[in-house]
Design a protein around this ligand. Structure first.
Ligand code: NDP
Ligand code: OXD
Length: 314
């Protein structure tokens, strides 16, 4: 068995070391080495150069080393073998931490207190709402959305979720599909976005959607938190909506173009928290063994989990 490792944006060394530590007599090959394409059985990848995987005639499965597969599926030459994505408690926990951090930032007046500290002013906000006064709506109630929903519920927020299937979750109000999107938005003060980027979801975070969010909440206007993908948002609409009061704040971890250009007005916008696509990094120490466990499952005839539905795009 041979595993090809093709990662862009990461140093491959740690991945190779960790894969090799678990590989036994299996060969672990880095994509820049010379190798026999017909000897490769599996590939572990993050944004591999388009066409890389099409050259492997005996490939049995592709392991995407992240939760989102939009970059991988954009390669139109991708061979027709199962694509397995990351569903891992470590990554999920990281995303939940990020979502809770940002929800609390907006809930507890983070922009106000940072500004007052800079001015050396002792100015508590007069009317701090309770968590139970705020409605958090999670757009994309999948693996990550559900975990964040459950943590936010435990903190006392009123949580609802929107998904394609409307699969129920105890204690969370569920909304399903495009027919129920407007109702979901009209009851949302803080919109947390954990959708995948697909042809259906691209550009969904636009001015029309922002106008449908609740305007009667305790924060004085709705907040956007996007940790899904930058292609979900129309950035000029986000800025306009913040400037004209349609939105009162935003936290953006992902951007239409990454890294965010130095000249982008988003960097210095007073109502935006910018983070550099760090909400939930894949940790090689967890994911190398995740991939090797999945390969062992294939080799022993077990069922393959977390396989991407290529027709849906996630
Ligand atoms: P899942 O596939 O588990 O969940 C996706 C959710 O989105 C599901 O609830 C799905 O509905 C819903 N959905 C997808 N398309 C539609 C649609 N057209 N209409 C309504 N609902 C839709 O993914 P994860 O939760 O694991 O990850 C979500 C995304 O988070 C990833 O795709 C990735 O882009 C992003 N991400 C970002 C990271 C970061 O660091 N910023 C790190 C990791 C992931 P249904 O349940 O019905 O299928
Ligand atoms: C992912 C990511 O999709 O880090 O896992 O964005």
């Amino acid at each position: 068995m041979s595993l090809l490792v093709a990662v862009t944006g990461w140093q491959p060394d740690l991945w190779l070391k960790l894969f090799r530590a678990e590989a036994g007599d299996r060969a672990i090959i880095e994509a820049s080495e010379s190798y026999d394409p017909s000897a490769i059985d599996y590939a572990a990848v993050w944004k591999p150069a388009p066409g890389t995987l099409a050259k492997l005639p005996n490939l049995k499965a592709i392991f995407n080393l992240g939760a989102g597969v939009d970059a991988l599926l954009a390669d139109k030459t991708l061979p027709d073998v199962p694509v397995v994505r990351v569903v891992d408690p470590d990554l999920t926990q990281r995303m939940t931490e990020y979502v809770v951090w940002q929800v609390l930032h907006h809930h507890r007046g983070g922009f106000h207190y940072a500004a007052k500290q800079a001015e050396r002013l002792w100015q508590p906000l007069p009317d701090q709402p309770a968590a139970a006064d705020l409605r958090v709506g999670i757009l994309g109630l999948g693996v990550l959305g559900r975990d964040a929903a459950s943590a936010l519920s435990r903190l006392g927020f009123k949580v609802s979720g929107w998904s394609r299937s409307g699969a129920p979750m105890p204690g969370i109000r569920n909304f399903r599909g495009t027919g129920e999107l407007d109702a979901f938005l009209s009851e949302t003060d803080i919109l947390v976005v954990l959708l995948p980027l697909t042809p259906e979801t691209r550009g969904i975070l636009n001015r029309d959607l922002f106008k449908k969010l609740a305007r009667d909440g305790r924060l004085g206007g709705p907040v956007l938190i996007n940790a899904g993908r930058g292609g979900l948002q129309v950035e000029t609409d986000v800025i306009t909506a913040l400037d004209d009061g349609t939105l009162t704040g935003a936290s953006l971890d992902v951007f239409e173009t990454e890294p965010l250009a130095a000249e982008s007005p988003i960097w210095q916008h007073p109502k935006i928290v910018v983070t550099p696509h760090m909400a939930a990094d894949s940790d090689p120490r967890h994911l190398a063994s995740y991939v090797m466990r999945k390969i062992a499952a294939i080799e022993t005839g077990g069922a393959l989990e977390n396989v991407v539905d290529r027709a849906k795009g996630y």
